[in-house]
Structures are given as C-alpha cells and as structure tokens.
Design a protein around this ligand. Sequence first.
Ligand SMILES: Cc1cc2nc3c(=O)[nH]c(=O)nc-3n(C[C@H](O)[C@H](O)[C@H](O)COP(=O)(O)OP(=O)(O)OC[C@H]3O[C@@H](n4cnc5c(N)ncnc54)[C@H](O)[C@@H]3O)c2cc1C
Length: 425
Amino acid sequence: MAGTVHIVGAGLAGLAAAVELAEQGRRVVVHEAAKFAGGRCRSYYDAQIGMTIDNGNHLLLSGNRSAFDFLRRVGGLDALTGTSEAEFPFADLATGERWTLRPNSGRLPWWILDSRRRVPGSRAPDYLAPISVLRASAPATVGDVMPCHGPLYDRLWRPVLLAALNTEPCDADARLAAQILRETFGAGGQACRPFIAAGGLSAAFVEPALRHLDARGADIRFGRPLRGIQLGQTRAEALEFGEARIELEPEDAVILAVPAQVAWALVPGLSVPDRFHAIVNAHFRIAPPPGQPLFLGVINGVTEWLFAYPDRLSVTISCADRLVDEPRAELAAAIWREVASLTGLAPELPRWQIVRERRATFAATPAQEARRPETRTSTANLFLAGDWTRTGLPSTIEGSIRSGLNAATALSRSADAPRQSRAAA
Ligand SMILES: Cc1cc2nc3c(=O)[nH]c(=O)nc-3n(C[C@H](O)[C@H](O)[C@H](O)COP(=O)(O)OP(=O)(O)OC[C@H]3O[C@@H](n4cnc5c(N)ncnc54)[C@H](O)[C@@H]3O)c2cc1C
C-alpha cells in the first residue's frame, strides 16, 4: 500500500503512528480537531496563573520503553528530568513520617531485605503480596487476588497502582496491574527511575514530534474535526470533515487515533470503554524550596503526588471523580494547606489553577478491559489507535504510544501482504 495514510487525532497515539510511518517514507496526513497537538498530554498558557502549565502532571518511569524510544527518535529526550537511581520519596501527612523507597537497580530485589530502602514498619515478606497479581490469568480485580489493606498496601501498592491505573486498585483489572508491575518494579530499579518533563509536556513530546514530522514531509492539519467515515463493503471510502471531504484512493488507509467516545460515534458497532475517571491537578505559582524532591508521594491527604517544577509546585489527585464538582477556590486552598505543611512554605495561597480532566482515562476495571478493541477493524484499511485500544496497558503515555506503533505495524503488514502474495503467484 503506497497510498496516503490519514491519521485522525494528534494525541500521542496519532503522533507515534505518524512518526513511525513518516520514517518508513509513507505519505502521512494528520487531521487534528483542535488548534494544537498533544491531546491529553500537552502544555498551554493559562491566564489565571499567568504561566504555561501542563494539563496534568505526567510521570514516566524508565521502564516505559516505547515512550523513551519515541522521545529519542523525535529529539525530545533532553527535555526530561529524572533521577539517576530509582527513588520514591514519600510523606505521611497524618504522622509526619518521611521515607524514601529505594529499589536496587538489578532484577533480584534484594532491597526488600534492607530496612533503610523499604517503607517504615514493613517486612520483607509483605513485598511478595503482588505475586498473586502477576499470576492472575482469568479476568479478576486486584482485590480478588491480593489483600487491599495493611500498612504496605496503604503506603506503597495503593499509591503506585492508583497512579498507574487511575482506578481504585482493589476494583482494577489484575492483568493490567500485573503488566505495569512487570515492566517497572518487576524489572528492577533500572526500570523504575522516575522522570518528568520539567520544561513542559509539549516541549518534550509534542513540539519535537511536530518538527520531526515536518522534516519528513508529513502534512499536519489543525482545526479539522472528522465528522464521518464513509464505509464501503470492505474499505473506508471517504473522510468527511464538514464542508471538506477526502475521497480515499484504493491504496489509502486511515488510522483513527481519537478518544474512545469519538471513535464509537464514527465507527458503527465498535466496542469501546465507556466508563472514565477524572484526574485533578492543582498548580501553584511559586518556586519550590531548596531540596524539594522532583516529586513526592503523599499519604493520608487529598494531595497524592507533589511535583516540583523550576517555577511552580503542582499536585496530582487520581481517580478524583469526587472532586470534579467541588468549588475550585476551596479545593485550591485545601490543597495548598497540605502543600505548605509538606514544604514549609508560607500559608498564603500563591496564584493557582485547578485543572480537572473529567475523562482523563478509562476506568481500568475488568469490565472496561473487555470492551477494548483490537487495532484492526473489520474494514481492511481502517485501523485504531489510542490508549483505550487493546494494548495490555492502562491508559498511559506508554500505552498510547504503543497503540500508535501497533496501528502503524498492522497497516504496514496489511500493505505488504498483497505484495507478497503477488510475488509468490
Ligand atoms: C490529567 C492527566 C494526567 C495523566 N498522567 C499520566 C501520567 O502521569 N503518566 C502517564 O503515562 N499517563 C498519564 N496520563 C494519560 C495520558 O495522558 C494519555 O494516556 C495519553 O495522553 C492519551 O493519548 P491518546 O493519543 O491515546 O489520546 P488523546 O490525547 O485523547 O488524543 C486524541 C486526539 O484526537 C483529537 N480528536 C478528537 N476528536 C477528533 C475528531 N473528530 N477529529 C480529529 N481529531 C479529533 C483530540 O483533540 C486529541 O488531540 C494522564 C492523563 C491526564 C488527562
């Protein structure tokens, strides 16, 4: 298939597919509804706080191999800031305790035998509880296979899994949790080094990708919401963008890299996740105090993770459906009280912004997992990408980039198949 590939949606899934195909020398056109790329992973200038912030703090771990490879390819890697060792500092707001979890770098987890590297009050055997999650084969929740209580659960497994799954871990799909654990903690400390885009998500993920695509001749069109796909018996025949319509040539293909609910409306009969959870971020315009770690896990507060950027402090709260209708100013004040107590900064509320992404991720439950579609569709030249497709991972940067690569690979294979059968004939 030497025709044009139309990629609809310039979130990370669409960008990853576009980068892969443009590098293969394919003609790529990206159609994005918004005036900007990045989707749920981007920076923007916010007038209330008077600075450029991200829609939400995003944490990467060094085990997110597709995300790192994408950044390496497009030239965004230098925009990440991380630690040279796997270190997870935590604070307990109820007791005032502080500790740093320090997994050793190799696969053999001898760190659980060293009380200085563990969660205070935990014992080495407590760390073996997730083994039953790793063994889960049939659909089950984490709560079905592992006890969701106790000090180590509250201080380690719950915060880590909640952040990764954006779903209360006891209700979350055990196999999704297992895949996260396998690719990070299970792979040793070298796969758990934390990274953030200190200069903003767009500077790391989006702008370098757009430059990379531009240099390879890809055509990126903004402000172009796809309104309909004309489907024939076996092929997508046209794309409808309101007034504009693109007739697809026989060798053209389409990758739909839009959010789940948009794809559902465009493709009749498509099964997609239909339950979502919110993520709330509170941004405060104030420089972090000296020595503030890049990020801090917080137990027993509304605050769950506190991120330190050069010019601001920023809080993430996962699975935050309960907070989406809270009055914004009260929420900002309550969160700032916690941040001030964690950092020793003055109690006066700095300039702030609350960003609530109501449909931040699909709910990572077994029922929702069962609704995720494969990359290929019953239409030969129509492929799906997006963190909600069947990647084996929850809704994450890693999952969305892998979904884009999966779509590019499936498309290239389907293009090669007729060529190979012609050659064999
Ligand atoms: C607040 C928040 C915090 C997060 N934190 C983390 C984290 O710490 N670590 C992590 O790994 N992941 C995190 N995630 C998840 C991560 O951001 C997403 O998994 C990822 O960005 C999804 O990318 P995507 O390309 O699959 O979808 P999207 O980003 O949703 O991209 C879809 C694109 O399609 C466009 N579109 C929609 N309709 C149309 C249409 N009709 N025509 C054309 N274009 C259309 C949209 O404008 C958008 O650009 C977080 C998400 C949020 C919201």
